[in-house]
Every structure is written in structure tokens, then in C-alpha cells.
Design a protein around this ligand. Structure first.
Ligand SMILES: [Fe+2]
Ligand SMILES: [Fe+2]
Length: 342
């Protein structure tokens, strides 16, 4: 590399040099130290390798617009280090000509020391997502005053099952994914807002026509989410919305392919929907309904086990049932279970 370029690498800040197609030509020692990537590992790769998905799309559009006109550009990137930790940095990118070629020089200023409030922290972001999705779920199911208890228990059981699964599978799931599923699962029955009350609250068994109408609630739910997605077109909700759609659409699919509405089978059913289907049924069984009493936890666990490989993913239902048996009070105290509908 010629000296015009290599001189930039001596700066104290993290520096990256790319070609005009954003392919990495070189990085300095500070960049290596902060990101955890060695120079040898990433030279030749695209600079977007560190993208976390959390930098707003508009930031990249602004960057491209400015650089495309040959102007320097500054903005804030939320990247991911090698160890998956987030890296908030302000970057200034300049176009530099050297040896008849053009290069981009990116100089990063670490923003890790910034106080919370300048950027939304991950914790705060998750809390906002949780609160907004909860309000959304409750307002769609406002006709049922007992629904909140069911939704909160489904969230608690989903959290517990995901953590048990992760502990037994060498933390294959990221905390971020787990939190997104927990936030999104509260929406699982949002489509019931489109079902007539005469069917929704019928004390007895549904007839074949009523059942067919009832079974449209996953599709109605997806329709509602699609409408909301255009309103909530924000990176803050992207992952939640994608996961919520999978849960809403597929939480009544069965492992053997006899569920509804899509008759998906085995792992064609999204993982998050497999999880929610187990905890939703468990909570339905152990809650009082218009036409049945609440089942004791042991009876519900026996039923879930009988549906191993039929309704449910065998591995997940084993983990769930084993955990419920070990913790004889269940994940929840019995006094929280007061007879809500599902
Ligand atoms: Fe449902
Ligand atoms: Fe439910």
C-alpha cells in the first residue's frame, strides 16, 4: 500500500480503508482491538460484515447519496463486534485518490462512553417494544377482560421454555432472539378480534361451521399485522413483526401436519410457533373455560406428553414437561390461574 493511504492507519482512532466497492483493503490496530477482528481475517471482505441490522436504513441511504457525489459523510453506525457485542460509533468516510485509484477511508469514533438517552439502549428498546405490543394485543382483544392473564402467562411460559431449551442446546439462541419471541408471542391470538362474539364465547362445543370460522383467526391476525407493519415501518419493530407473523400464522399448526391453517409439518413450522403452540395449549388446559374446569398441572402435562410427535415437537414438549414436573408448582403459582379463557 502506498504511503498516502498507510498514513491514515497511524491515527489513534479505528480506521478502515476500502476500495470503491467497499471491499476492505486494510484496517489499523485500533480497529482490530475494538472489533476483535484481525486484519488478516477481514482484508478482502465487504465492509458491511459488521452490520448489526440496527443501523437505520436511512443512515445507509444518506451515506450512499453523499459518497456517490464524492462528498465526505459522517453518521452513526450500530455495528456488531466479532464477539457479537454491539458497537456504537460515529464514522466519517472520505474519498481519497491514490496511485490512480480511489479509496474510502473510514475513521470511527467509539460512542461507547455516551450516556444512555442519546441512543436508545437495548434494554430500553426492548421495554418499549414490550409495552407497545402489549397495548396492541390488549386493545385488539378488549372484548375479553380476562385475556391479559392468559397473555402474560403465555409470555412467562414462553420465556421459561426458551431459556430451558437454550441451556440444553449450548445457547444456540441469542438473548435478542429470545426477547423478540417473548415480546411477539403476546400477539398470538390477535386475529380473534375478527371472530364474532357468538362463536368466540359460545359456552358449548363449536359446530363444524363455527369451527371453520374460528380457524380463520390466524389468517385474520396476519392481516392485522400486515396493516400494522406499514404503520410501524420502523427498524425498532422489524424483528418483532417478522416473528409475530410466524407465531400468529402458525401457532395452531401440528407437528404431524394436521393443524391449521397451512398444515405445515415438523420443522416447516417456524420454531417460535412450535414453542407458543405448546405453552398456549398448556395454559388453555389449566384455565377454566365456559365448558370445562381448569385441569390440574399434572393432567395437562400428561396430555402434552401424549401429543409428543403428534401435535408438538417431541424435543420441545419433553423439555417443557420435564421442567413442569421438576418444578412442581409449575413455572407459575397456582393462585395466578383464575379461569381465564384462551
Ligand atoms: Fe389461537
Ligand atoms: Fe392463546
Amino acid at each position: 500500500m502506498d504511503t498516502t493511504l498507510s498514513i491514515f492507519l497511524q491515527l489513534a482512532d479505528a480506521v478502515i480503508i476500502t476500495d470503491i466497492r467497499h471491499r476492505i483493503i486494510d484496517v489499523n490496530a485500533t480497529y482490530e482491538r475494538i472489533t476483535g477482528f484481525t486484519r488478516d481475517e477481514i482484508v478482502g471482505m465487504k465492509a458491511g460484515l459488521l452490520k448489526s441490522g440496527l443501523t437505520p436504513a436511512k443512515t445507509y441511504e444518506d451515506m450512499k447519496a453523499n459518497l456517490g457525489q464524492g462528498k465526505p459523510w459522517s453518521g452513526v453506525f450500530i455495528n456488531r463486534k466479532r464477539n457479537k457485542a454491539l458497537w456504537y460509533s460515529n464514522i466519517t468516510i472520505s474519498l481519497v485518490a491514490s496511485g490512480g485509484e480511489e479509496y474510502y477511508i473510514g475513521v470511527f469514533r467509539d460512542l461507547a462512553q455516551l450516556k444512555e438517552g442519546v441512543y436508545i439502549s437495548e434494554t430500553r428498546k426492548s421495554k418499549i417494544q414490550y409495552e407497545i405490543l402489549k397495548v396492541l394485543a390488549l386493545s385488539c382483544e378488549v372484548r375479553d377482560p380476562d385475556i391479559e392473564g392468559h397473555l402474560v402467562r403465555v409470555q412467562e411460559l414462553t420465556t421459561a421454555l426458551l431459556h430451558r431449551y437454550n441451556a440444553l442446546n449450548r445457547s444456540i439462541l441469542t438473548e435478542e432472539y429470545i426477547q423478540s419471541v417473548v415480546n411477539a408471542c403476546i400477539l398470538h391470538d390477535i386475529g380473534k378480534s375478527g371472530i364474532p362474539e357468538g362463536i368466540l364465547y359460545k359456552p358449548g362445543k363449536l359446530n363444524v361451521y363455527e369451527r371453520a370460522i374460528m380457524e380463520t383467526h390466524p389468517l385474520i391476525g396476519v392481516d392485522i399485522l400486515n396493516k400494522i407493519s406499514t404503520e410501524l415501518d420502523d427498524e425498532l419493530f422489524q424483528q418483532e413483526m417478522r416473528i409475530a407473523k410466524d407465531i400468529v400464522a402458525f401457532h395452531h399448526e401440528k407437528w404431524d401436519g394436521t393443524g391449521y391453517p397451512s398444515r405445515l409439518k415438523d420443522d416447516a413450522i417456524p420454531f417460535e410457533a412450535q414453542i407458543v403452540s405448546i405453552v398456549d395449549v398448556y395454559d388453555a388446559l389449566t384455565s377454566r373455560r365456559a365448558y370445562k374446569d381448569a385441569w390440574p398441572a399434572e393432567q395437562a402435562v400428561d396430555y402434552l406428553r401424549s401429543q409428543r410427535g403428534i401435535s408438538f415437537n417431541p424435543e420441545l414438549v419433553d423439555i417443557f414437561c420435564d421442567a413442569m414436573i421438576c418444578d412442581s408448582s409449575g413455572y407459575l403459582n397456582e393462585d395466578k390461574r383464575t379461569g381465564e379463557k384462551v
